[in-house]
Design a protein around this ligand. Structure first.
Ligand SMILES: [Fe+2]
Length: 256
């Protein structure tokens, strides 16, 4: 897939029927984003139906594995058919680091399935609580009281690449269940992958755990940081600072 369709998924309609009936004729379904990318009808049909098949299987798998997590919205199944190389160790963030809704004890569960014919290679580093502890002096003394803004800040100035990590190889057809926001990770090598994501309330948290969004505030306090809710101010102060992906691209072009 072209680079700009790096993370297409259910939300872009790619698992909807690729053709619809219009005035008695089969025409391309404009709601399916693939219909605007793929020129050949037969290829569009094959890809859309294969995507739908994978989505159904991953939905069933997710329901079976996590029956107590109640999705806040629909499941999102994404397809990453763009080669990924040495992207750098990082903690996931979304929506340019905007703070998340912490009003409910929500969690994010993700299943990554290797669709390629060769191993997908990850490196897995420290958990977020450990990273915070070993990053005193690297991170500012005052951190944003929100997991997503925190991870954005770490991406810009946390230098997560310095951490030790272990290699994990996911064989063809193998899956990993992980929350990339709470454990440092890097895709070292990968070509084709599908992932399903559930964000919702877990009705079966144990030992007072209320999900990573709420727990992360305590992780920061435990590591000795002060907290700030000036999210706009923090995000503004990071404007123009290169991202982890920018740094990874620089490293790769230096090697080339
Ligand atoms: Fe990631």
């Amino acid at each position: 897939m072209p680079e700009k369709h790096k993370k297409i998924g259910s939300r872009n309609g790619v698992t909807l029927t690729p053709f619809i009936l219009k005035n008695g004729d089969l025409v391309r379904n404009p709601e399916n984003a693939l219909s605007r990318v793929i020129k050949k009808d037969s290829f569009l049909a094959k890809l859309a139906y294969e995507f739908r098949g994978i989505e159904v299987q991953l939905q069933n798998f997710a329901r079976m594995m996590f029956p107590t997590v109640k999705p806040a919205g629909s499941y999102n199944c994404t397809f990453r058919l763009v080669p990924t190389r040495s992207e750098g160790l990082h903690f996931d963030y979304f929506a340019e680091g905007s703070p998340m809704d912490n009003s409910a004890p929500k969690t994010r569960v993700k299943i990554f399935l290797n669709l390629d014919a060769v191993d997908r290679v990850w490196r897995v580093g420290p958990t977020l609580p450990d990273f915070l502890k070993i990053s005193r002096g690297v991170l500012p003394d005052v951190l944003p009281a929100d997991l997503n803004t925190l991870n954005y800040l770490i991406d810009r100035i946390g230098n997560a690449e310095r951490c030790a990590a272990v290699e994990v190889r996911i064989p063809p057809g193998g899956a990993v269940i992980a929350n990339g926001a709470t454990v440092g990770h890097e895709i070292v090598y990968g070509n084709r992958m599908a992932a399903i994501e559930i964000v919702g309330e877990n009705t079966a948290f144990v030992n007072g755990f209320e999900g990573e969004r709420r727990a992360s505030v305590q992780w920061m306090k435990d590591a000795g940081y002060e907290l700030s809710t000036d999210f706009d101010g923090i995000l503004k102060s990071l404007e123009g600072v290169p991202s982890g992906i920018d740094r990874a691209k620089e490293r790769l072009s230096a090697i080339a």
